[in-house]
Each structure stands twice: as structure tokens, then as C-alpha cells.
Design a protein around this ligand. Structure first.
Ligand SMILES: *[C@@H]1O[C@H](CO)[C@@H](O)[C@H](O)[C@H]1NC(C)=O
Ligand SMILES: *[C@@H]1O[C@H](CO)[C@@H](O)[C@H](O)[C@H]1NC(C)=O
Ligand SMILES: *[C@@H]1O[C@H](CO)[C@@H](O)[C@H](O)[C@H]1NC(C)=O
Ligand SMILES: *[C@@H]1O[C@H](CO)[C@@H](O)[C@H](O)[C@H]1NC(C)=O
Ligand SMILES: *[C@@H]1O[C@H](CO)[C@@H](O)[C@H](O)[C@H]1NC(C)=O
Ligand SMILES: *[C@@H]1O[C@H](CO)[C@@H](O)[C@H](O)[C@H]1NC(C)=O
Ligand SMILES: *[C@@H]1O[C@H](CO)[C@@H](O)[C@H](O)[C@H]1NC(C)=O
Ligand SMILES: *[C@@H]1O[C@H](CO)[C@@H](O)[C@H](O)[C@H]1NC(C)=O
Ligand SMILES: *[C@@H]1O[C@H](CO)[C@@H](O)[C@H](O)[C@H]1NC(C)=O
Ligand SMILES: *[C@@H]1O[C@H](CO)[C@@H](O)[C@H](O)[C@H]1NC(C)=O
Length: 743
């Protein structure tokens, strides 16, 4: 009974002691160190501490602190399937006579373990031969031969067959459970005995044995043993076959097929370390990659202080407001980043905008220039340029202005720059970069090409008129849709303003009026006869006579002017002119000659005499038309009634009467009965000369001749380029002409 009890107790004890923990886990009280070596599962030094499926994992720990695998010293156990042991050198020594004196030949039992490919079989000696034989189901032998005749032929370092040879161990791992090493000799070694008494043979991990030549040949026995690597794995099934019956730890451990071909091993997942065969706290544990203990950083955060461990890995934590840049593993300021992104996008956007606007601008500019070119050609620019380059037009001093310069001069055709607006277009005051003031007139021009040619001719002709009483045409601008004519700027208004307006101070004296009349008459005479090509003004009226600051008359507005062809006395044109000034004969017949200007001048002279407008509807019971008004007054001998009271004084009545007579002659209904302009000019000048002889010659030293003498037009041969009507399609008879239409 007692025996049974004790048996049960023993059984219970053995059960507890040998109870295989779940999933083959070792006991908790297993020895983990033996001397300097850490003993780790699946190896163990006592039952329940090593992998029960294979007794080869049972190691022995001697009291001296030596851990033994079989009889071999264990120096290292690696989870990945390696066991390092110390391998002793086998040797065979011979005496002087050549007889074997000492022999030490080892054989090791490996069990399920096998020789690693990391080892080499080394043989040292002259005339030496050694074999490595594996013993199992079938015996394999490998080995090598080393020879040498004298120490001088032996070089240290190389293990090339002279004093030392080595070979791989490539025997199938499951074909043996032990091996033996046989050192021997090729022949009688007496000749080499002095420097190599023994043959040495041993297995060693690659890189642990360096052949040092003659010294090693003499006595390699005294050299410490060499590490030898043995491969181990669990069972003979691979991971797939073993499935979840593997002994790998439960946590973060994984199975891998053994490199030696049979069985499996375990390893921790990335980011974990520990014993992959254990499920407890010594099993795979998260690696704290952020510890600074190790000299090699396990993390790759550029700033170690930003490293944060996490289960199975780490991350680099940036301060708030910073963001991790994963390419450089460094922190970037978010705001800065945003700013950069924002800046980047803004810059990108802006540059796109800039480029596109540049392109647009360029296109616009090109379009603009194209348009300008088109207008230039349309407005006869080409013709003008050709004409100017012809010989004979050298005295045509005409400037061609650009669209831009005109825009600049008028401040973009600003409203405040408008000098006048009327039937003939708009006149702007312009200021050129050199501060000179100009008047810019938008000319009226129809589309057809003959008109263009005529317009250009007119521009050329007018530009050649260089008379002190004619408003000078400086140039033109043809790049605009409506061509621009650029004139000198006359600043004191029109004669009409002075006579009828209230703009300018004291009214003109008789002397001034007579002088102005003379100036106008002289100018018209010059135009009719003296200019290079005779010109009919066609729109002589007080509104078209400008006065400068000295009240010198300047005839303006040749917009309706006609150049008279040399071979034609008269030409039929569309009637145009201003009511009140219009020659009735021309009006009735449409036949134009210079006498039409004479008629208009007569009306202007009458205006100067009377201070009345050419057409006045405020004269009750009197003719509305100034000519009829004066004619009737003359007939009724009451001229003094109609003459401007402001001009009459005791001395000038005769002159006034004479001037009135001239005006009457000028306004005769029949053109033929009217005097020539030269005659009129001479007559009026006569009045002035008698009155103030010296003044005249002082004032007009050079022009007296032209004006006084009757100047006959020299026949120059009709040119096809003359004889046109610049605005023949514009009948302005019915239009109410604005006084502001000054040019
Ligand atoms: C342990 O290692 C030290 C130094 O590496 C050595 O001196 C000592 O002999 C070793 N002990 C054993 C038991 O191997
Ligand atoms: C095994 O040896 C290697 C170097 O040979 C060493 O790094 C490792 O710590 C050793 N392992 C054990 C368990 O002693
Ligand atoms: C292998 O060698 C051992 C010992 O040397 C021997 O006992 C065994 O019979 C040999 N086996 C074969 C198959 O030759
Ligand atoms: C070796 O050679 C020497 C002389 O060459 C000879 O005397 C000796 O007997 C030989 N030894 C053996 C074991 O053959
Ligand atoms: C080698 O060891 C032996 C004894 O084991 C000793 O007699 C011999 O002198 C040693 N040789 C050298 C070179 O240390
Ligand atoms: C793994 O083990 C579980 C129980 O622990 C079982 O239900 C499952 O079928 C097993 N899987 C394999 C592939 O063996
Ligand atoms: C590692 O083990 C822990 C604890 O069991 C678990 O929470 C974690 O998910 C495991 N990691 C992986 C990658 O399986
Ligand atoms: C192990 O080897 C088997 C057979 O070669 C293979 O099917 C399996 O995928 C391998 N397992 C691993 C984890 O490599
Ligand atoms: C880091 O090293 C110190 C001492 O050098 C040690 O106390 C500490 O446990 C180590 N930390 C880790 C995580 O290994
Ligand atoms: C940093 O380490 C992580 C994980 O260890 C890896 O995915 C990443 O590519 C590494 N980055 C750099 C820049 O080395």
C-alpha cells in the first residue's frame, strides 16, 4: 500500500516535472546560462527545458561552466538555426625515422545536427593527406592533399596546396549523424621532418583560420581550437507541413524553412526581438527602436528625439505644427510647408497668368500693329511714302506720325483736349514730347481707293504751302482708322469768335479788320495763283480764319479745298460749302472755279464791315442774307446804318465805303463779273497802303511783290494726281455748320 502511494507520488512528480507545456514551451525554471554561454530554448540542460521532440537539444552544463553538446564545447546558440562549438585539431606526427609518433583523431556525433556550409575542412602539412568521412546510411569522404619540399616554398596566407589545403563540406545534411577526421601522409616524411613533423586536419568556420606558413607547419597543436558551425532545425517537416503545430512562440513569431533543407526554424517578426521559440516575456518582444543605448540607430529619424516607439516598429513624431517628410525622415514646419505650397502655387499661377497675359499682350500688340499696318495702307500710307521718295517732292516737308505718338500727345484723345467738333470732325489739342503744341484733326475720308489717292495728294500739296497766313499742315497719321491731320496750333480763336462771340476782349478795330481782310485776300490770291498747284479753298468763312496772338489771320480748313487742274477752267463737283458764304452760281450750276472763293471772301469782308453774321434771322423786315442786306442798304444809300458802329470814325469812312464796294463786287451773282482774288487783294492793300504806307512794307517785306503784282499761274502740265475733291460725297449745304468747326 505504501509502495503504491509512493509510486503515485513519484508519478505525480514526474508528471509535473516532465509535463510538456502547451505548444512545447519549456519550464519556467530552466537554466538560462552556463558559464559565458546563454542557454536558450529549444536547447536546454535539463528535461522540460529543451525541445522534447529531439534529444540532441539536450546540452550538458559542466560545473566548470562549460556547456557541452555531446563532448564538444558549445560557445554560442543562435535562434536562426546555428550552434557554434569548438573544434579540436586532429593530427598525426612522425618521428625522425618516419614512424608515426603521436596521433589525435577526432570523431564527433552530431545527431540531427549537421555541418554548416559556413565551415571549411583544412589540412596543414607537407606531403600531407587528410580525410573527412561522414558516417551514416552511406559513408562519404572528402579531403585534400598538401605538399611541399622546403619551407621556402610555403607562403603564409594562401591555403593553396603548398603546406595547406582546404575544401568545402558539401555532404547532404540528413545523410549522416557523425563524422571522423583522418590525418595521414602521402609518403615517408623524413625529408620534411625538420620543419613539419605532423599532418594537421580540422574543420573551422570560414574566416577563423589564417594559415601563417612555416610556424603553423611546425606546431599547429598549440593553437587554440577553431569554432565550428553546426546547423540545427526542428523536426524534418517544413513550415507548411507543420502548420500551427510548430513550436514557434505564439506572439509575433513566424516559421521559416531551415536553410539546410530539412525541418524549420522560427524567427521574430520585423520590429520584434527575443527568442522566437518562446511565448513568454522572453519571446518576441517589440524592439524599442528609439533607445539611444545602441551605437547603431535602429530608427532612421533624423532627430532621435522625435523617434517614438510603437508595437512592431517606430515612427518619427514631429512637434505640433510640424509634419514628417517621409523622404528625408525629418520634420518640416507645416505652416512653412503650407506657405511653400501656397507660395509655389501662387508663383505658378502668377507665372501662368503672366505668360498668358504676355502672350495675349503680344498677340494683341501684333494684332494692333497688323491693324495699324492695315489702316496705314488703307489710308494711303504706301502711296504717300512712294510720293515722298519721288524726286520733285523734296520740298514737301511732311511728317508721318504714329498712332502711339498721337495717343500720347492727346492723352488718349481726352475730352478736355477737344478744341472743336463739327461737321468736318473733331479737332484735338496735342502736345508732343518736345512740348510743341499741335492741332490734331480727324479727317473725314470714305473708303474708296481713288479718294485715298486724292487725299494723299491733298496732304502732299497742303504740306507744301508755306504761307504765313495759312495754318501749316505738319503731317499726318495714317495708322488710325480715321486718318489724322496734324496742324500747327493757333491759339487765339477764329475770326468769327472775334466778330460775333464774346470770348475775346475788345472788338477789332477797323485797322485790324482791314489788315485781316488784306491777309485773307492775299492768302486766297496766293492759293489761286501762286502756290505750286492752284487751290480753291471752297469754304472761306470767318469760322475758318484763325487768329494768332498778334491777331494775324491764318486761313484754315482745306478739308473741302480743291486743287484746280491746269487744263480745266472749271470743273463740276458736288456742291459744298457753308450757307451764307456759298457762291450762288456754283450752287446753281455745280461749276467750281476760284470765283467761288471770291464770293465767299466778299461775304467775309461784309462781316468784317458790319460785324453781322452771314445769315441772320434777327433782322426784322430786312434780308436775312448779309449780301442782300448790304446791297439793299447801298442801293438805299444808307450804308452807314449797316456798318459796325464800333469801327467808324471821322478818318476811315472813305476806306470803309471803298471796302464795301469791293465786297459788293466780290459778291456779284455772276462769277465772271467778280474780280480776281489778286485784284481784290491789291485793291484792299491799296486802301491800307494809302493809309499807312510804311507799315505795310515793314511788315511784309518779301511778299509784297506776290500780292501786289498780278501773278499768272505758270502752266506746269496737268498731272493726273490733281483735280479732285477730297470730300466730294459730303454735301454739307443742308447741315448747320458749327462755329467750333475751326479747322
Ligand atoms: C568567460 O569569458 C571570459 C572573458 O571572455 C573568460 O575569461 C572566461 O574564461 C570565460 N568563462 C568560461 C567558463 O568560458
Ligand atoms: C553568438 O555569437 C555572436 C558572434 O559570434 C554574438 O554576436 C552573439 O551575441 C552570440 N550569441 C550568444 C547567445 O552568445
Ligand atoms: C561507415 O563507416 C563505419 C565506421 O568507419 C562502418 O562501421 C560502416 O560499416 C560504414 N558504412 C558503410 C555503409 O560503409
Ligand atoms: C622511411 O625512409 C627511410 C629512408 O628513406 C627508411 O629508413 C625508413 O625505414 C622508412 N620508414 C618507413 C616507415 O617506411
Ligand atoms: C606546444 O605544446 C607542447 C606541449 O603540449 C610543448 O611541449 C611545446 O613546447 C609547445 N610549443 C610551442 C611552440 O609553444
Ligand atoms: C491551428 O490550430 C487551431 C486551434 O488552435 C485549429 O483550429 C486550426 O485548425 C489549426 N490550423 C491548422 C492549419 O492546423
Ligand atoms: C505581437 O504581439 C502582440 C501581443 O500579442 C499583438 O498585440 C501584436 O498584434 C503582435 N504583432 C504582430 C505583428 O502580429
Ligand atoms: C517551406 O518549404 C515548402 C516546400 O518547399 C514551401 O512550400 C513553403 O512555402 C516554405 N515555407 C516558407 C515559409 O518558406
Ligand atoms: C540602456 O543602458 C542602460 C545602462 O547602460 C541600462 O540600464 C538600460 O536598461 C538600457 N536600456 C535598454 C532599453 O536596453
Ligand atoms: C525608415 O525606416 C522605415 C521603417 O523602418 C522605412 O520604411 C523607411 O523607408 C526608412 N526611411 C529611410 C529614409 O531610410
Amino acid at each position: 500500500m505504501k509502495k503504491v502511494q509512493s509510486l503515485v507520488l513519484v508519478a505525480i512528480f514526474f508528471y509535473i516535472a516532465y509535463k510538456e507545456p502547451v505548444n512545447g514551451q519549456p519550464r519556467k525554471d530552466c537554466q538560462t546560462r552556463c558559464g559565458n554561454v546563454t542557454v536558450e530554448y529549444p536547447f536546454g540542460t535539463s528535461p522540460g527545458c529543451y525541445y522534447a521532440g529531439d534529444p540532441n537539444f539536450h546540452l550538458t552544463c559542466k560545473e566548470t561552466g562549460k556547456l557541452l553538446f555531446g563532448g564538444i564545447d558549445v560557445i554560442n546558440i543562435s535562434h536562426s538555426g546555428e550552434l557554434r562549438v569548438m573544434d579540436k585539431i586532429s593530427y598525426a606526427c612522425y618521428d625522425k625515422q618516419g614512424d608515426l609518433s603521436v596521433k589525435s583523431s577526432y570523431s564527433y556525433t552530431l545527431g540531427s545536427l549537421s555541418l554548416s556550409q559556413k565551415n571549411k575542412f583544412n589540412v596543414v602539412g607537407c606531403n600531407a593527406l587528410a580525410l573527412l568521412t561522414t558516417i551514416g546510411q552511406q559513408n562519404y569522404s572528402t579531403g585534400c592533399v598538401s605538399t611541399c619540399n622546403s619551407p621556402s616554398t610555403v607562403n603564409g596566407g594562401d591555403c593553396n596546396g603548398a603546406g595547406c589545403c582546404r575544401t568545402d563540406v558539401s555532404v547532404p545534411s540528413d545523410s549522416y549523424d557523425s563524422f571522423e577526421i583522418y590525418p595521414s601522409r602521402l609518403e615517408n616524411m623524413t625529408s620534411v621532418h625538420d620543419f613539419n613533423p605532423c599532418t594537421y586536419a580540422f574543420l573551422a568556420e570560414i574566416g577563423t583560420f589564417h594559415f601563417e606558413g612555416v610556424g603553423d607547419l611546425k606546431n599547429l597543436r598549440n593553437v587554440t581550437d577553431f569554432p565550428l558551425v553546426l546547423d540545427w532545425s526542428i523536426g524534418n517537416q517544413n513550415c507548411e507541413q507543420v502548420g500551427n503545430r510548430s513550436i514557434c512562440g505564439m506572439k509575433n513569431s513566424t516559421c521559416f524553412n531551415s536553410t539546410r533543407g530539412t525541418g524549420y526554424n522560427c524567427k521574430c517578426l520585423d520590429g520584434y526581438e527575443g527568442n522566437p521559440y518562446l511565448s513568454n516575456k522572453h519571446g518576441c518582444q517589440d524592439v524599442n527602436e528609439c533607445t539611444t543605448n545602441s551605437t547603431i540607430n535602429k530608427h532612421n529619424c533624423s532627430d532621435p528625439s522625435t523617434c517614438r516607439n510603437k508595437v512592431g516598429g517606430f515612427y518619427c513624431k514631429c512637434q505640433s505644427g510640424y509634419r514628417l517628410d517621409t523622404t528625408t525622415m525629418s520634420c518640416k514646419h507645416k505652416d512653412y510647408e503650407w506657405a511653400t505650397i501656397l507660395l509655389g502655387t501662387t508663383i505658378g499661377f502668377l507665372s501662368i497668368l503672366l505668360v498668358s497675359s504676355c502672350v495675349k499682350q503680344k498677340r494683341k500688340h501684333r494684332k494692333m500693329t497688323e491693324l495699324q499696318q492695315k489702316f496705314f495702307q488703307q489710308n494711303g500710307g504706301g502711296i504717300l511714302v512712294r510720293r515722298l521718295s519721288r524726286p520733285g517732292t523734296s520740298n514737301a516737308n511732311i511728317q508721318i506720325f504714329t498712332d502711339e505718338s498721337m495717343k500720347e500727345a492727346t492723352n488718349g484723345y481726352e475730352e478736355s483736349r477737344i478744341l472743336g467738333q463739327g461737321g468736318q470732325g473733331t479737332v484735338y489739342k496735342g502736345i508732343l514730347p518736345d512740348d510743341s503744341v499741335i492741332a490734331i484733326k480727324k479727317a473725314r475720308l470714305g473708303g474708296d481707293s481713288s479718294q485715298v489717292e486724292q487725299f494723299i495728294n491733298e496732304v502732299l500739296v497742303l504740306s507744301q504751302i508755306n504761307h504765313r497766313n495759312v495754318v501749316k499742315l505738319l503731317g499726318c497719321c495714317l495708322e488710325t482708322e480715321v486718318p489724322l491731320l496734324i496742324y500747327e496750333f493757333i491759339n487765339s480763336g477764329t475770326l468769327s469768335d472775334h466778330l460775333h462771340g464774346f470770348l475775346f476782349g475788345p472788338s477789332l478795330t477797323w485797322e485790324q479788320r482791314l489788315r485781316i481782310a488784306v491777309e485773307i485776300a492775299g492768302t486766297l490770291a496766293y492759293l489761286h495763283s501762286s502756290a505750286s498747284i492752284p487751290i480753291i479753298h471752297r469754304d472761306v468763312k470767318t469760322a475758318n480764319i484763325l487768329l494768332d496772338e498778334n491777331l494775324t489771320a491764318k486761313v484754315a480748313d482745306f478739308g473741302a479745298s480743291r486743287l484746280i487742274p491746269m487744263d480745266k477752267e472749271q470743273l463740276t463737283t458736288m456742291v459744298q460749302g457753308t450757307p451764307g458764304y456759298l457762291d450762288p452760281e456754283y450752287y446753281n450750276t455745280g461749276l467750281l472755279n476760284e470765283k467761288s472763293d471770291v464770293y465767299s471772301f466778299g461775304v467775309v469782308l461784309m462781316e468784317l464791315l458790319t460785324g453781322q453774321k452771314a445769315l441772320c434771322f434777327e433782322r426784322p423786315l430786312q434780308p436775312k442774307h448779309l449780301v442782300s442786306y448790304i446791297v439793299s442798304a447801298m442801293k438805299e444809300n444808307r450804308l452807314h446804318e449797316v456798318i459796325d458802329k464800333k469801327v467808324i470814325d471821322e478818318d476811315n469812312w472813305k476806306e470803309i465805303e471803298e471796302a464795301a464796294r469791293v465786297a459788293m463786287e466780290c459778291t456779284r451773282v455772276t462769277g465772271e463779273e467778280r474780280p480776281l482774288m489778286t485784284e481784290v487783294a491789291a485793291k484792299l492793300e491799296g486802301l491800307r497802303v494809302t493809309k499807312n504806307k510804311h507799315q505795310w512794307s515793314d511788315q511784309y517785306p518779301g511778299q509784297t511783290e506776290n500780292l501786289v503784282g498780278v501773278h499768272i499761274i505758270s502752266a506746269q502740265g496737268g498731272s493726273s494726281t490733281i483735280g479732285y475733291d477730297s470730300i466730294k460725297n459730303v454735301a454739307r449745304l443742308h447741315t448747320s455748320k458749327l462755329d467750333a468747326d475751326i479747322y
